[in-house]
Design a protein around this ligand. Structure first.
Ligand SMILES: [Fe+2]
Length: 244
């Protein structure tokens, strides 16, 4: 990788509905558009949609809408499913790499590798963990990982209590083996923050649909404004910016 800094735009938890109707009173299509077309995204080198593209249950209208919006996007777009998505349906709209029904893959990115996992079922399958154990040690230098669910508890009372990754013990045991993996990028929690997981940093991206208050054990809407994350990946550093 040359010394330039590469930029990745991460849009997460988009929650587009089947039709143009509002989703929980929120114009999620306008929110997605605001994020996609924001000036912060203008000079990105890669766009990642990190799950929950569809609002509730893999609505085809949601996938159709997003497919049209990213069809001629100026940089590559990487997609992973969230718990409201279904890879079998998404395959009709996107060119996905699917193994045994799971969408997991890696890409070459300016001489480095980025890995993507499928946690749509609420866990990360053993196949995927075995694949990581085979592939990550082959890479010299730093790698990045995207997955929809954070692989750890996050001090987000509402989400941790109800929707945490089911097999985080198994997942953490594997992830902790990789010295060249220090930054993990997730979504799912509808809130932006970073969590230390040993020497690894889990960066949780906000949602383009809405933000959920971290400090209450019940659902408490913090904001219905969209937010998104920009990742700056340099030779010796990774920095994130959250935009609203
Ligand atoms: Fe989710």
């Amino acid at each position: 990788m040359a010394s330039r800094v590469y930029k990745i735009g991460q849009l997460s938890d988009i929650h587009i509905g089947e039709s143009e109707e509002l989703v929980q009173g929120i114009d999620v299509r306008a929110n997605f558009t605001k994020a996609l077309e924001s000036s912060s995204m203008r000079d990105i080198d890669l766009l990642v949609l990190s799950g929950d593209l569809a609002n509730e249950n893999a609505e085809r209208g949601a996938y159709q809408y997003i497919a049209e919006r990213i069809k001629d996007y100026r940089v590559p777009v990487c997609i992973i499913p969230g718990n409201h998505d279904c890879v079998e349906v998404m395959k009709d709209f996107y060119d996905l790499e699917v193994h045994n029904g799971k969408c997991y893959y890696s890409i070459d990115f300016h001489g480095r590798k980025i890995f993507f996992l499928d946690s749509a079922c609420g866990d990360v399958s053993r196949d995927q963990l075995d694949w990581l154990e085979r592939e990550v040690p082959k890479i010299d230098g730093e790698v990045l990982l995207f997955m929809h669910h954070p692989p750890c508890f996050c001090n987000h009372r509402f989400m941790d209590l109800r929707y945490h990754l089911k097999n985080m013990v198994e997942v953490q045991e594997v992830l902790s083996k990789f010295p060249n993996l220090t930054h993990i990028f997730c979504g799912h929690y509808h809130s932006d923050f970073e969590v230390k997981m040993g020497r690894q940093i889990v960066h949780v991206a906000p949602s383009t649909q809405m933000q959920i208050n971290r400090n209450t054990p019940y659902f408490n809407l913090e904001s219905s404004a969209p937010a998104w994350q920009i990742i700056n990946w340099g030779e010796d550093f990774v920095e994130t910016e959250v935009h609203f």
